[in-house]
Design a protein around this ligand. Sequence first.
Ligand code: AMP
Length: 280
Amino acid sequence: MKIIKTIEKVKKLIKESKEKNLSIGFVPTMGYLHDGHISLVKRAKKENDLVVVSIFVNPLQFGPNEDYERYPRDIESDIKILKKNGCDILFLPENKELYKEQLVIINIIELSEKLCGLSRPTHFQGVLTVVAKLFNIITPSRSYFGEKDYQQLLIIKKMVDDLNFDTKIVPCPIVREKDGLAMSSRNSYLSPDERKKSTILYRSLLKGKEIIKKTGDIENAKNVIKDMIESVNPTKIDYIEIYDEKNLKEINEKTKYCRIFLAVFFGKTRLIDNMRVKIK
Ligand code: AMP
């Protein structure tokens, strides 16, 4: 595995690979890798000649009172994990390599004004800006994103369509711990007590899904989920929403699949999760 820190060097390597007609699978991450990230790397390996993973904790997507400084980092362990799982190139830029004087910011109208965008108003523009830069540097054939961050996935797909990026976005299913908690680098913040409580997210999603399937009663599903989550005394519920998964709009007679979306604080840690439900 090659570890590359500069844009110039990585572009050169990519150019050489393209000249050999190699397809490139790209997995952008913020590191502190777990099996969720690895599932993306393995999928990219299966479908491409060359796998590029980036690790960059992107300051632009953190709000002023968020966890940028304390976001978990363990680059030595990440390198070992990536070597074991078939990554060919690790792109590891420093802050000053990617951002010199960034005056251009990519924003999206709609889609970002709900769910995570409400409590993190500048989050998605930070994500889009860094992902656009990485797409231009890596020029991947296919790019892999987890459904764990479902709103992010939709927003990135829209950017690729609207701005005519030449990469195919491949959505990958959520990888969970044995007890159902969606894997996340932020799970490492949880105290043992918060970790125990956090399993309520998956259990409440399953219950919500069961209610929607049986009765189609969206409001009732939301209420039951809320009661279940409140029963473990979380620090705060940020949102519980159920939307059409195609466009994050309210469900209507045309909706085929909806998704239940949750964001809940346990202590200072904000966890998100979601689950797809077939309506028709
Ligand atoms: P992050 O390092 O949190 O920015 O995540 C990098 C990529 O991994 C994103 O596309 C995430 O959606 C994806 N990812 C993170 N956690 C999971 C998970 N539990 N299952 C599947 N994909 C995940």
